[in-house]
Write a protein that binds this ligand. Structure first.
Ligand code: EPU
Length: 460
């Protein structure tokens, strides 16, 4: 058995409750019980997967700590193994050792088997070009929350000197004259494209200047990883990042920053179910924007060295106007769990989703459960965004509180899926939630955590 297969067989056994079968797709959730207790969050999905890719750039093995048991980690491990990277479990719980010393070209058919499973393959381009002179990228997956094109990624790679060839099976990318540092100005501070630049520029020849960069905390943590490996990267004011290419990088040892999306999701669950949840590992600095909003809508929280305790506090303000945005704005990934909480707090809220054009579709099922959310094409409540006048239902009016009742619902995407679980837990009566496997992509041991918080559910 391959190393990561062994590792993940173990992770998979650990990630289910003891009486549960290995794959559980449908849960019957009995609503109306407040979630109470303490749970722990570990490494951020949106850093861990990128740090795993960065290991491919090193000449020696890397150790990544705090790795959560989520499906995305399994997917990236599989991709790295196809390219000869040895992925094994380290000594401490949640530690991965990634050894790229025998990196090799993968077979197109093997890579193609990963088509549609994740968006991470596109980030392998820079490291693979440096290491092997060639990259092959299958059709990408990820949540269906918008078109999610990769035009910025390909433009950036071309600017470094890469040649992109479209083939029926996917994209073949080469760099016949090597990769050279360049000046890049991103049209939008895209997280993935900023990571693409970082992972390519660190070993490109000469200086790269990136303007319009995303500066999410997960990106800062990736920069910390790359610096440990020997990279020279400065983050300047006004979204400018400068990278001086070096000819060699070594492996790193790094503890991943904790998952601020998962932490906020549990906070919203506490508020929506009128519960009281301690999220160990939640950190205030990366969650300040969320915490401000949480307080405004009637949530209370307490921060200590261990994490953050969330519960329902005083009165909500009468209305909230909120726009999702790139960091330091309110994260788009916090929006879906927040909307469920808003249906249970008092006041009329307006949400303007400006990062993804199609991230409010999940509200249809909430309306089937008794919510009265209305969607609009217009940019409501804030400045006009890229999606205005373009037929995208990207603004929502959310009245609260509305009584939710149980329903039969199907998980639409990762964050929407967890939000449906919150809604089912807050609702009166029984809900049937199909497709919960998807939630394992980003929420570690969520069923064990639900049990620890006193949720009542069973597998169908
Ligand atoms: N965009 C383009 N062209 C591109 C790349 C992006 O038009 O080539 C657009 C996207 O369509 C979107 C916007 O730019 O409208 C922002 O996309 P971004 O590149 O920032 O997103 P991403 O890197 O694909 C990551 C996270 C998402 C998170 C966003 C925003 C990972 C694996 N995914 O996606 O996380 O919502 O940044 O913070 O890091 C999730 O965890 O559930 C999730 C969707």
């Amino acid at each position: 058995m391959r190393a990561s297969a062994r590792l993940f067989a173990r992770l998979s056994r650990m990630s289910h409750t003891k009486n549960a079968p290995a794959r559980i797709d449908t849960l019957t959730v009995h609503g109306g019980t407040p979630l109470e207790g303490a749970i722990t969050v570990r490494g951020a999905k949106n850093l861990v997967s990128k740090a795993m890719v960065a290991a491919l750039l090193g000449e020696s093995a890397s150790r990544l700590r705090g790795v959560p048991e989520i499906a995305d980690v399994r997917i990236v491990s599989g991709l790295l193994e196809l390219h000869g990277v040895e992925v094994t479990a380290g000594d401490e719980d949640g530690e991965l050792v990634l050894d790229p010393t025998n990196a090799e070209k993968a077979h197109v058919a093997d890579i193609d088997a990963h088509a549609g499973s994740s968006r991470i393959p596109i980030l392998l381009c820079g490291p693979l070009l440096h290491r092997l002179g060639e990259a092959f990228i299958p059709d990408l997956g990820g949540c269906r929350i918008g078109e999610r094109p990769i035009n910025y990624h390909l433009d950036v790679l071309r600017q470094f000197g890469a040649v992109v060839e479209k083939r029926p099976e996917g994209l073949r990318i080469t760099a016949p004259a090597g990769l050279r540092g360049t000046k890049i100005d991103l049209p939008y501070p895209s997280v993935g494209s900023t990571e693409q630049v970082l992972l390519t520029a660190v070993r490109a020849e000469g200086l790269t200047e990136l303007r319009g960069a995303a500066i999410e905390p997960e990106i800062m943590d990736l920069i910390a990883v790359l610096q440990k490996m020997g990279a020279i990267i400065s983050v300047d004011t006004d979204r400018v990042i400068r990278i001086e290419g070096v000819s060699r990088l070594e492996g790193y040892t790094h503890r991943a920053m904790n998952d601020r999306i998962e932490a906020a999701s549990w906070g919203c669950a506490a508020l929506a179910t009128q519960g009281d949840v301690v999220v160990r590992g939640a950190r205030q600095p990366e969650m300040m924007t969320f915490l401000n909003v949480f307080r405004k809508i009637g949530g209370a929280f307490e921060v200590d060295d261990e994490g953050i305790r969330f519960w329902r506090g005083g009165e909500a303000q009468r209305s909230l106007v909120l726009e999702t945005d790139v960091h330091p704005g309110f994260m788009t990934d916090w929006q879906q769990p927040l909307v469920v909480a808003l249906t249970q707090t008092s006041g009329l809220s307006i949400i303007h989703e400006t990062v993804y054009e199609n991230r409010l579709g999940f509200t249809g099922a909430l309306n089937d459960m008794g919510a009265t959310i209305q969607l609009y094409r217009e940019c409501l409540g804030g400045l006009p965004c890229r999606f205005g006048q373009r037929n995208f239902m990207h603004s929502a009016v959310v009245p609260g509180p509305t009584k939710l009742h149980g329903a039969e619902i199907t998980v639409p995407d990762l964050r929407g899926g967890f939000s449906y679980l919150i809604a089912a837990l807050a609702a009166e009566g029984e809900s049937t939630v199909h497709g919960v496997d998807l939630i394992y992509r980003g929420y570690e041991q969520f069923q064990d955590k639900l049990e620890a918080l006193g949720a009542r559910y069973e597998h169908r």
